[in-house]
Design a protein around this ligand. Structure first.
Ligand code: KG4
Ligand code: ZN
Length: 333
């Protein structure tokens, strides 16, 4: 079965053709990052406009690259939640138009479920159940994935998402948006014990995260050092901060793995590209006899292939929408 997947929830306009939820036939992405970088973050109004301009070309590229026409597509999957509402609406309405004009089924896909599905594309043998740490720019969730379409949130961040915490600290360190990627590179050159930072946890909720205090601590250390005229080693501060964020992520993930008795540990979302997080999770999984999975690097960020992959399983479960489908800025997984 061939599914066309469409993604427009944030600053990437993306479309892809995937077969049977596992085989990528094409994956076309138009990124807006260069433009948002001028403003230090995503400007929602600009994002919507750029999606409008790009979407038709991106979908045509995905069909051309797959050597297929719309006639040979079995269903059209689209990210409908959560995300920037004006951005989501572009993808949703484009997909609705395609579905209406061709008579093909329209399949609504949750963005975080799609991130998780990037692992089905990377590991054809991976099947639920598993425990998944979803870490992106907007979300940090620990999810018990019981089946492809049966997911339960065990814990989540109470404030900043891990990606947001990386981006904000990176910006203060003088790195361009989205700073998480750059901070990861710079941290590779630093000493992660050079600066003392807390590892916050949430009282009574061991699977929940809190990153805002940690982020503020770094911002204060930078500010105070500058006020005193001291030089700050950015590689050392970046390394210490990355270590603190990753320690919190790994600590809660292991607690959740113990509690649920999970045998497989999966990570997903933009921050799952973080090199320290990947290394640490791999190591702790090896020590505990758990199987570890993380997406191919080019599938960690937003893309259409992950939407098409999850779309396959949503369609199989009967999750099909009519022309009344609306986008939602917020929606539980
Ligand atoms: O999943 P994603 O592409 O978009 C959302 O759904 O939010 O995630 C983007 C986030 C950004 O915050 C970006 O800085 C972060 O992922 N990110 C990283 C790395 N690569 C991307 N954060 C830390 N280390 C990385 N290597
Ligand atoms: Zn995303």
């Amino acid at each position: 079965m061939r599914i066309l997947g469409i993604e427009s929830s944030c600053d990437e306009t993306a479309a892809a053709v995937v077969e049977d939820g596992r085989i990528i036939r094409s994956n076309s992405v138009a990124s807006q990052i260069e433009e948002h970088r001028l403003y230090g973050g995503v400007v929602p109004e600009i994002a919507s406009r750029r999606h409008c301009e790009a979407i038709s070309g991106v979908v045509n590229n995905a069909l051309d690259d797959a050597g297929t026409s719309l006639d040979e597509i079995d269903a059209i999957a689209v990210t409908y939640a959560p995300g920037l509402i004006g951005a989501l609406l572009v993808g949703v309405n484009f997909a609705k138009g395609l579905a209406l004009s061709t008579g093909k089924p329209l399949v609504p896909v949750h963005h975080l479920r799609a991130h998780i599905a990037a692992n089905y594309l990377t590991f054809p043998e991976l099947t639920p159940p598993f425990l998944c740490l979803v870490v992106s720019g907007g979300h940090t969730h620990l999810i018990d994935v019981r089946n492809y379409t049966d997911l339960r949130v065990l814990g989540q961040t109470r404030d900043d998402a891990a990606g947001e915490a990386f981006d904000k600290a990176a910006r203060a360190m003088g790195m361009p948006y989205p700073g998480g990627v750059e901070l990861d590179k710079v941290a590779e050159q630093g000493n992660d014990k050079a600066y003392k930072l807390p590892r916050p946890s949430v009282d009574g909720a061991p699977f929940d995260f809190s990153f805002s205090g940690l982020k503020t601590n770094v911002l204060n250390q930078l500010h105070n050092a500058r006020q005193r005229g001291e030089t700050v080693s950015i590689p050392n501060l970046a390394a210490s901060y990355r270590r603190a964020v990753v320690d919190c992520l790994v600590r809660n993930t292991l607690l959740a793995a113990e509690e649920t008795g999970a045998k497989k540990l999966v990570t997903a979302g933009g921050v799952s590209a973080n090199s320290l997080l990947r290394r640490e999770l791999k190591t702790v999984c090896r020590e505990r006899g758990l199987s570890f999975y993380c997406p191919r690097l080019d599938l960690c960020g937003d893309n259409g292939a992950m939407v098409a992959a999850q779309g396959f399983y949503e369609y199989a479960a009967g999750n099909v929408a009519g022309p009344g489908l609306n986008a939602r800025a917020e929606l539980s997984v």
